[in-house]
Write a protein that binds this ligand. Sequence first.
Ligand SMILES: Cc1cc2nc3c(=O)[nH]c(=O)nc-3n(C[C@H](O)[C@H](O)[C@H](O)COP(=O)(O)OP(=O)(O)OC[C@H]3O[C@@H](n4cnc5c(N)ncnc54)[C@H](O)[C@@H]3O)c2cc1C
Length: 432
Amino acid sequence: MKKVDIAIIGGGAAGLFAAAYAAEAFKAEPDSLRERQIVVLEKMPRPGRKINITGKGRGNITNTKMWDEFSLHVHPNPNFLKSAFYGMNTSETMSFFGRIGLPLSVERGNRVFPKSMRAMDVTDALVRTAKSSSQVDIVCGCQVETIEKLKEQSDNAACKFLIKTDRGDFEAEKVLIATGGLSYPSTGSTGDGYRFAESLGHTVTNLLPSLTALTPVGYKEGGMLSKFGKSLEGLQLKNVSASLVVNGAAVREEFGDLDFTDGGIEGALGFRLSRSGVMALSNGQKVSVSVDLKPSLSVEKIADRIKRESSGGNNTIRFLLNRLLPKQLIAPFLTLNRDLLNIDNGKAARALPERLKSLNFDIEGYVGYERCVVTNGGVSLKEVSQKTMESKLVSGLFFAGEVLDLDCDTGGYNLQTAFSTAALAMHNMLSR
Ligand SMILES: Cc1cc2nc3c(=O)[nH]c(=O)nc-3n(C[C@H](O)[C@H](O)[C@H](O)COP(=O)(O)OP(=O)(O)OC[C@H]3O[C@@H](n4cnc5c(N)ncnc54)[C@H](O)[C@@H]3O)c2cc1C
């Protein structure tokens, strides 16, 4: 049995950041922290597999927005993150990466990437920094199976933990659970941390995929793309607006780029609608996405344009759509507005502006954990101290990253959340 001071379970974004943070602290305070030994236990053959695929392989590691704006992208309880964010905010995160040898660049939308545009370099920088300290060990190919309390909490005595793995047992004074969520299980994130948390008395909230594709009715047949799905797949709509409609009421409106993929409605805009969409579908509510294909034009302006286009004498619906829409959208548009083909041309032309402002897709499902970006839900925030990331139920047990009931929009917010919670947890683990 190997004995350590701190065991970090999971060598992903949060676990590696915590380890690198500790290594930096050991260099800064060699005397007071000399006795500390940390082990990172990672089940995959290499750490940071999910980091390596972030931002389409480019690694959108944070976002330069200040808290007031940043917090709007954190769900379901941004306040929980506030202390962690103030301890390790976006500019401190950028300085940290600068110090450990990862030059960064800020792109459109305040998004921060490594200058090399290689997400792998993020993993490499964190691993290199962690390993630069002889007090930090990263053990890969080591699957944690159970975590048990060795001693009941009594008075001020902290409990020790017995960590059973497929490569032998570890005993630790403190444990940081940084096992991530359920998304992209091929990266190693298979939700084990939820099981560990529950076995130690914690509540795990309802879990759902988030930042995922919403699948329109008729898009797939028998698991494969239907003719309708094939006609839309690959289409990218730039600068459109779309509303998520639940039980007939618009609950969220977003503006941006919307992509149709083999899963359905995706892209930055689709992802932003997906959190509420998946929740509503899982509650059995009726969900649709209404796309405004011409958000900068009023119905009247579109009607004027249609009048001009038909002044040559041709006002058939196909002719008008050819003038107004990308080619690939015409067939699916007509599938969804078949009635326009069965009424006289003048009537159809008059109805067209409204239809262009609200192309309606009824939604029947969504792409699951195998390809969603984050997990909505996790270890209940009510049972974790937001000032320390320590469990309120088990002394010495800490949490960081996606295993917590925290998930964010796309744009670097999820990785920053993993880094901020990891830094706060490690700071508190080292200070005791
Ligand atoms: C395709 C994709 C693209 C993304 N792009 C971005 C982006 O550009 N910007 C952004 O901010 N966010 C992005 N995210 C989200 C972000 O990657 C995650 O929110 C973040 O990695 C969570 O960090 P984590 O450390 O909590 O979990 P993870 O990074 O998932 O790490 C958890 C680790 O724990 C290990 N583990 C699990 N169980 C065990 C066990 N029993 N024993 C030992 N080890 C275990 C896993 O193998 C894994 O390495 C993306 C996600 C995906 C899927």
